[in-house]
Design a protein around this ligand. Sequence first.
Ligand SMILES: NC(=O)c1ccc[n+]([C@@H]2O[C@H](COP(=O)([O-])OP(=O)(O)OC[C@H]3O[C@@H](n4cnc5c(N)ncnc54)[C@H](O)[C@@H]3O)[C@@H](O)[C@H]2O)c1
Length: 266
Amino acid sequence: MKETDTNKTMRLADKVALITGGAQGIGAAIATRMAEEGARVAIADLQTGGELERDLTSRGYEAITVPLDVASEQSVNEAFAEVERRLGPVDTLVNNAGTGTPVALIVDTNPDEWDRTMRINLTGAFMCTKRALQSMIPRNTGTILNISSNVGKRGVPLRSAYSSSKWAMCGLTQTAALEVAKHGIRVNALLPGNVDTPHLAEVVKLHADAEGKTFEAYTEMLKSLSPMDRYVDLDEIAKVAVFLTCDDSSAMTGQLINVTGGWIMH
Ligand SMILES: NC(=O)c1ccc[n+]([C@@H]2O[C@H](COP(=O)([O-])OP(=O)(O)OC[C@H]3O[C@@H](n4cnc5c(N)ncnc54)[C@H](O)[C@@H]3O)[C@@H](O)[C@H]2O)c1
């Protein structure tokens, strides 16, 4: 915990938080906010350059970088073992790692690409949840947050694998919440709207190309889907992620929380 922050209420003080896909985008924003709230963060990602770790530690926060491929059970087990060895057991898991591709009609979608999306977005979250619960259940404590999507509550043309994986994450969230409530463990999902990240830029380009629009026109159309007529900021996602993983949300579990600028209202 940063020395100058000792007078501030730290909502995740000394908690060990593992954020999958934490090296960039939404995961990096969540890791940063959690560190600022006193968590000792493990940035677990395919990308292991350590840029965010250096930024956080230079500001006095505790952060480590851990190699992780959520699609591999062996990698999941090794990453958790490394975090436990260096920081202690995981108190908060954020299942954030994800891929947005393929962008294709169902009739053109290759089953191998479908499987890859499911493996990363859904099976990866399942394997990390399973491994986290193995140490949370004996301790009767913990919080898990699944980063689903606005397409976890609606369909969207050209994104069958992605949308299906994000709906399934919501089912995983509610099933896990029911299984572990008696152990004092809470499991919720956060469903972001459109957030300006490398992931979004990639899928906007693919959608624009597939639909014969320019990148700029497709971006404006996406923004107009929210009554706020804008994207959601990274920190607006991260603040809700902290809320859902700290005691401020102590009576909430199995919830699917939209952070979409009002786009999704159910
Ligand atoms: N950006 C948006 O508009 C948006 C909207 C809704 C939901 N989401 C979801 O939020 C999450 C984060 O999205 P983002 O926009 O920050 O994406 P991003 O592509 O910018 O970052 C994703 C991170 O996950 C990592 N990653 C990818 N595959 C991995 C794997 N197999 N194992 C470990 N790490 C892996 C990447 O290296 C990267 O650091 C995703 O699950 C995405 O589906 C994003």
